[in-house]
Write a protein that binds this ligand. Structure first.
Ligand code: PMP
Length: 345
C-alpha cells in the first residue's frame, strides 16, 4: 500500500478543521440541539413512494408555492436548502468573503467560510449580547465584507439584536446582510421579512428545523430574485429529496398545530427562566428563542453531572464562560431537567 499523508494533501484551510461532532450521547431527556420536543404525525402523499425511482422536482415548485402563500413572498424570492446550513454554504460559495459576523454566534458561518477558504471577520458582541455597532461599522468600512451574518434571535445567547443596529448595518454595507431567523417563530420580534422589499442587499434565512422538522432538513432563503438567481447557480440540482419535499408540504397544512406548539414552548421558556433564576449559582439570560443560555459555576462539571442525571444540554463554556444552553422541552422534560440540575450543582 502506498504511504499517503492525507493531512498534507488536503487544502491548507481544511487542515485545522474538525469533522462536526456527531457522537450521540444517549440520555433520557435530550435538550441539546434546539429541536422541537413535539413530533407531528404526518403522512406524506403515498404517490411519492410510487415515484421514488425518479429524481425529485429540482425546483420543488409545490413546496415553494406553499411557502410563498404562508409567508406572502413570491416563489421567485425563495431558494430551498437541505437545511439552512446548506444555504449558508451556497451563499458563501456564490459570493465569497470576507464574511463578517458577531461572536458568539452560530458556529457554521465561521466553519463553512473557513472550509471554503474565505476570510472571516469576527466582532465580539457587547456585554448585553447586542451588536457592537461601532466596531461592526468600522469592520464594514475596513474590510468591505461580501456577506454579513446576523442570527437574530442569536444562537447561543437567545436575544434579538437591536433592529435599529441591524438596519444601520444593512444601510451601510455594500455587501449582503443575512438575517438568520431560525428562531424567529419563538420571538415577539416580527423579524425582517416586511423589509425585504425595501433593501436589495437583505436576505433572510428561515428553517423548519426548530418547529418540529429537524429531521427533514428543509431551510429557505428569502431575498431579491436576482440574488436568489446567483445563489441558485451553485445549488446542487436535487438538493431537496422527494420525501422531505412531500412531508414539508404536509407540514404547511398543520399551521395551527405548529403555532400552538410554539406557544407552549414560549410559555414553558418563561416558566423555565423563572425556575432557573430561583436556583442558587445559576443565572439565565433572557431568551427570544427555543432555548435558554445560563451561567453556572463549574459548567464543565455540571454538564457531565447532568448527563449522569439523565439530561443532555449543550456545554458552551468554551464560548461564553461557564455557560450551558438548554433547549426548551415539554413540561415534563423541563421539570425533569430542573430536578436534575438541582442535583448536579
Ligand atoms: N441558523 C441558526 C442560527 C441555527 O442555530 C441553526 C441550527 N442550529 C441553523 C441556522 C441551521 O439550521 P438547519 O440547517 O437545521 O436549517
Amino acid at each position: 500500500m502506498k504511504d499517503i499523508d492525507f493531512l498534507k494533501l488536503v487544502k491548507s484551510n481544511i487542515r485545522s478543521l474538525r469533522p462536526y461532532e456527531t457522537k450521540e450521547i444517549p440520555c433520557r431527556v435530550k435538550l441539546d440541539a434546539n429541536e422541537s420536543p413535539y413530533c407531528i404525525d404526518i403522512t406524506p402523499d403515498k404517490k411519492i413512494l410510487q415515484r421514488i425511482n425518479r429524481y425529485p422536482d429540482p425546483e420543488a415548485v409545490k413546496l415553494k408555492k406553499a411557502i410563498s402563500m404562508a409567508l406572502k413572498v413570491n416563489s421567485a424570492n425563495i431558494l430551498l436548502g437541505n437545511g439552512s446550513d446548506e444555504l449558508i454554504y451556497y451563499l458563501i460559495t456564490a459570493f465569497g468573503g470576507p464574511v463578517l459576523y458577531p461572536i458568539p454566534t452560530f458556529s457554521m458561518y465561521g466553519i463553512i467560510s473557513q472550509a471554503l477558504g474565505e476570510k472571516n471577520i469576527e466582532i465580539p458582541l457587547n456585554e448585553d449580547f447586542d451588536l457592537d455597532i461601532d466596531n461592526m461599522l468600522a469592520a464594514i468600512k475596513k474590510y468591505n465584507p461580501k456577506l454579513i451574518f446576523l442570527s437574530s434571535p442569536n444562537n447561543p445567547t437567545g436575544n434579538c439584536f437591536s433592529a435599529e443596529r441591524i438596519l444601520k448595518i444593512i444601510e451601510t454595507s455594500k455587501g449582503i446582510v443575512i438575517a438568520d431567523e431560525a428562531y424567529q417563530p419563538f420571538s415577539s420580534d416580527k423579524g425582517f421579512l416586511p423589509l425585504l422589499k425595501d433593501y436589495r442587499n437583505l436576505a433572510i434565512l428561515r428553517t423548519l428545523s426548530k418547529i418540529g422538522f429537524a429531521g427533514l432538513r428543509v431551510g429557505f432563503l428569502l431575498a431579491d430574485k436576482d440574488l436568489i438567481n446567483e445563489v441558485n447557480k451553485v445549488r446542487l440540482p436535487f438538493n431537496l429529496n422527494a420525501l422531505s419535499q412531500a412531508v414539508a408540504l404536509e407540514a404547511f397544512k398543520n399551521k395551527r398545530l405548529i403555532e400552538s406548539q410554539i406557544k407552549n414552548i414560549t410559555s414553558e421558556r418563561e416558566r423555565l427562566f423563572e425556575e432557573l433564576s430561583r436556583i442558587n449559582n445559576v443565572s439565565p439570560y433572557p431568551s427570544e428563542a427555543n432555548f435558554i443560555l445560563f451561567k453556572t459555576k463549574n459548567a464543565d462539571i455540571v454538564f457531565k453531572k447532568l448527563i449522569k442525571n439523565g439530561v443532555l444540554v449543550r456545554n458552551l463554556s468554551s464560548v461564553v464562560k461557564d455557560s450551558l444552553r438548554v433547549t426548551i422541552g415539554t413540561h415534563g422534560e423541563n421539570n425533569f431537567f430542573i430536578k436534575a440540575l438541582k442535583k448536579s450543582i
